[in-house]
Design a binder for this molecule. Sequence first.
Ligand code: PLP
Length: 406
Amino acid sequence: MKGKRGDNREMNKRIYLDNAATTRVSEEVLQEMLPYFRECYANPSAIYGFAGEAKKAVGIARERAADLIGVKPNEIYFTAGGSESDNWAVRAVAEGLSDKGRHIITSKIEHHAVLHTCQYLEKQGYEVTYLDVDEEGKISPEALEKAVRPDTVLISLMAANNEIGTIEPIARIGEIAHERGVLFHTDAVQAYGHVPLNMEKMHIDLLSASGHKLNGPKGVGILYCRENVRLRPLIHGGAQERGRRAGTLNVPGIVGFGKAAALAGETMQERSDREAALRDYLIDRVLAEIPYTRLNGSRQERLSNNAHFCFRFIEGESLLILLDQRGICGSSGSACTSGALDPSHVLLAIGLPHEIAHGSLRLTLSAETTKEEIDVTVEALKEIVGRLRDMSPLYEDAMRRGQIEK
Ligand SMILES: *Cc1c(COP(=O)(O)O)cnc(C)c1O
């Protein structure tokens, strides 16, 4: 019991602002999943009556996942997460249509699940165009139009960026794709359940989403694939998912995904309004109270929970460590865990010089985030950024050259 109370105390003082990396499973989702571990644990592909409950639950989850984006349940395939869905969509379309052409269009700011799959395909002889983005991280529909060629078989562009939060003009992108007869895949891992998406209106043929980005469990995702699009399997084996995705279904995970999707749909408007108000409060305070700071991404077309800053003259990594000491979880948005000192590909793509990109911090809110937590975070940031700058040779140098005033 003692250990448990200790855990709770820890939880109470932790301020979790890394919801773009993963979210907490909501209580309602957890409760709905639990019976499928020890009570209804049958393999849903089995014939006996005992499998009926599990099979039914998967059906309901499929309907819920489909409803959120206005499609038919038989257009939803359950996968092991966003990365698998991205790999699958890009490879299946490219390899399935290789007779027609071997050119793919994507952007420089995609998630690595898309970028690295494209790089893999380049090694197999495909050609890939990586579209530039503007300083807000927006993909230009005009640039896309120019990039389409007779041998283009796939356009894969994300619905919203996971680092800087910019929401992309995917309805217009889908229109272009369809005018030119090219299939359109979107990585909607950050958008699904957070912003309204309509496959018909947006002309989306394939879409990836992931459970753990919307208060569902990790290790489960979906690939939506329009009914008349042929989808070759990525995972070979049994006949699950209409012969397209082998492997015994992750029933608790799928049930959790379905519940998370249903809740996300019900609460979307209210939740995003509340998050956006807190997000704007955070952004306004940071920009007003900490000098030499910039906001990255679009101010208007922005995920309701995303704030992404660059603080000049400091290292994002040091900032994260000092925030962590105060129980505040954020992200630098760069893949520096490997020890590589390359700043994020997204920040370089929006034109930031290396030295500014290094001082980045992403804070992503949830429905549970409070104004008090934002206040504590802003106060901590002011102090930490000030302290790091006082120790920074870059800062001292800029001051000596009269580029800044103390
Ligand atoms: C998190 C994320 C992914 C990967 O999803 P997983 O379920 O963690 O594999 C892909 N794309 C974007 C935009 C993401 O944010």
